[in-house]
Ligand binder design. Structure first.
Ligand SMILES: [Zn+2]
Length: 352
């Protein structure tokens, strides 16, 4: 498969790290005990949206089949019946998607009114109906209230799948009316096997690490000029420490690479550096982007020095993580200011 053709929709759920959630819903489906509404919650890049779409098709499939995923038999849509064909083409009248419209920042009340009409309408195929609400935390206040009404008056035939990377931002009353399905980052070996089978190349660990072990994010990174931006940024902070670049020069790079990516690179790199500092071993020699940075740190025989460097690195790592949260928060963060403060702290950091 060509990397540029990757999109989350190129794959079928359940992905190997979604088996528990998939089995839970499959059991409920088989027993006729699916909840009216589910909230699929967890970080971005874990394939929640893909899961919702695939499960919606499973619910409507006329002759579901089984397949083996990571050694387990799971119930999946056949892919051939009339419902599957329409579902795969994205035009099944009994499956609807609500998402933020282009040019808008929120899901609006009109969209939820439309959803409410869908809920009470009878099914075209005579079976279940499914409404998927993407980025449910982006419902505006009125839309959330309207959705609440729909959640309070369930229609037996209709199921709602709300998907959110930030479930904590969802109105509590809406959240409490959904059964929560938590998605966790996979074990390293699971993610590595999955990604390795698709990409078939060697820098998979770097991609997974930089994506915080979120495989679909890693895949997106593999397809773009992201690796290049990463190398560029890591080189620039290395140059800062060597006096070859000013803080301002490094700062100028960050909007181009993207502040949240830059903080991600920095966080991943600091974790490595802390380990290196404490153990003296280069955790991964095959990543050239880190090579220069390791040389900044001279392992000392003095335990106290080592401990003190490791402590300040750990403290800085905490600050970077905090900055990442700030940047991702809804409260209009100032990326320039955040980056200035972080890079200034880096320039002041004692590494020996
Ligand atoms: Zn089917």
């Amino acid at each position: 498969m060509n990397e540029s053709t990757f999109s989350a929709d190129s794959f079928a759920a359940p992905l190997p790290w979604q088996l528990e959630q998939w089995s839970q819903l499959s059991r409920a489906l088989a027993a006729g005990q699916l909840a009216h509404a589910y909230l699929l919650a967890g970080s971005a890049g874990l394939g929640k949206s893909l899961f919702a779409k695939s499960f919606a098709r499973t619910m409507l499939c006329l002759k579901p089949t089984t397949k083996k995923v990571a050694g387990k038999e799971v119930r999946v849509p056949c892919g051939e019946c009339a419902n599957c064909l329409k579902g795969c083409a994205g035009n099944h009248p009994d499956i609807v998607h609500i998402e933020v419209e282009e040019g808008s920042k929120n899901i609006k009340i009109d969209q939820i009114r439309w959803l409410s009409e869908f809920v009470i309408r009878s099914s075209h195929s005579g079976g279940a109906k499914v409404a998927i609400v993407q980025d449910a935390h982006l419902l505006n206040g009125n839309a959330a209230n309207a959705l609440l009404k729909t959640l309070e008056e369930p229609n037996k035939q209709t199921h709602l799948l709300l998907v959110s990377d930030h479930p904590g931002r969802l109105v509590a009353t809406v959240r409490s009316r959904c059964q929560k399905l938590n998605f966790q980052t996979p074990q390293a070996s699971v993610a590595k096997n999955w990604l390795g089978a698709i990409l078939g190349r060697s820098n998979i660990e770097a991609l997974l690490e930089a994506s915080d072990m979120r495989p679909l994010t890693a895949l997106r990174l593999a397809g773009g000029d992201w690796m290049e931006g990463r190398a560029q940024f890591l080189q620039s902070i290395c140059d800062m420490k060597l006096g070859k670049k000013s803080t301002q020069q490094a700062l100028a790079l960050t909007p181009k690479i993207g502040e949240s990516d830059v903080l991600l690179h920095l966080s991943a790199f600091l974790s490595k550096l802390i380990k290196y500092c404490l153990t003296g071993s280069e955790v991964r020699e095959d990543d050239p982007a880190f090579a220069g940075l390791y040389t900044l740190l001279k392992p000392s025989n003095d335990q106290q020095v080592t401990q003190s460097v490791a402590s300040s690195l750990a403290l800085f790592h905490t600050e970077v993580e905090l900055a990442r949260k700030q940047l991702a928060s809804a409260s209009n963060p100032n990326p320039q200011l955040i980056m200035e403060s972080i890079l200034w702290r880096w320039s002041q950091l004692e590494l020996s």
